[in-house]
Design a protein around this ligand. Structure first.
Ligand SMILES: [Zn+2]
Length: 243
């Protein structure tokens, strides 16, 4: 049973996620969440074809609601770094909780559905760098592991290439002609398949330095479902502008 799909309707391309629900018997329900995420609730074992058709039948309704959500999004101010705010990590939503502590070094930890920041100064200007440093540390380890993991599987790579993190406004990653890789630290907010796609994309550039058909064939061979992941990332570009 598929977990993600992409709806195409006119010029619009909208990714959606499929949540299997064992309690459902036959009906498929479609929701558009406030942030524009499209969720399809379906009985277990529903065929991909039935799912795709159900989504397609409601295409107009979905696109209208996604557009409304994005319009609202545009007016969302940048991050405030205060308790109650939503933060993303590996594709999941967490609620930020800022706890004031009398002394000691600031700390950040994930607990349940919360990202808890303990600091002796809860001012947003103090919390922001703490959260960003936490993301960077998490991202560095995660990216390093993933690059090693993928490099071992890719015959054109003899040794894991060096990489650096760099914030970019419209790009998740890049690969320089000398073979070093840049990854956007905000990528750690995306679901794992999306991170895998970006890492594989940059590693594939070590073999083909362009976006030729050979390049995409390579990606297809190693990550057949990459288009869904790219669709999700394309919508997440909005997230970068809220930082
Ligand atoms: Zn590229």
């Amino acid at each position: 049973m598929m977990t993600h799909g992409t709806l195409r309707y006119g010029d619009a391309t909208v990714p959606y996620q499929v949540n299997p629900d064992p309690k459902r018997t036959s009906r498929i329900a479609i929701h558009v969440e406030p942030d524009g995420t499209v969720v399809v609730e379906a009985p277990l074992g529903q065929s991909d074809d039935v799912l795709r058709k159900a989504v397609q039948r409601r295409a107009r309704w979905i696109i209208t609601h996604v557009n409304e959500a994005f319009d609202r999004y545009k007016h969302v101010s940048t991050k405030q770094y205060v308790s109650g705010e939503e933060v993303l990590y590996l594709g999941r939503r967490y609620m930020l909780r800022v706890e004031e502590q009398a002394n000691g070094k600031p700390s950040v930890k994930l607990k349940g559905n919360k990202l808890i920041v303990a600091t002796n100064n809860a001012d947003a200007n103090m919390v922001k760098p703490i959260v960003r440093a936490w993301y960077r540390t998490k991202a560095r380890d995660y990216f390093a592991r993933l690059i090693d993991e993928k490099s071992r599987l890719l015959p054109w790579i003899k040794k894991s290439p060096p990489f650096r993190q760099q914030e970019m406004k419209r790009q998740w990653g890049s690969c320089s002609p000398n073979g070093s890789i840049l990854l956007n630290p905000h990528l750690i907010k995306a679901p794992r398949p999306c991170i895998e796609y970006v890492v594989l994309h940059e590693l594939a550039h070590l073999k083909h330095h362009d976006h030729s058909p050979e390049f995409f064939r390579l990606i297809d061979n190693h990550l057949p479902r990459w288009r869904q992941s790219k669709g999700i990332l394309d919508n997440m570009v909005e997230v970068l502008h809220m930082e």
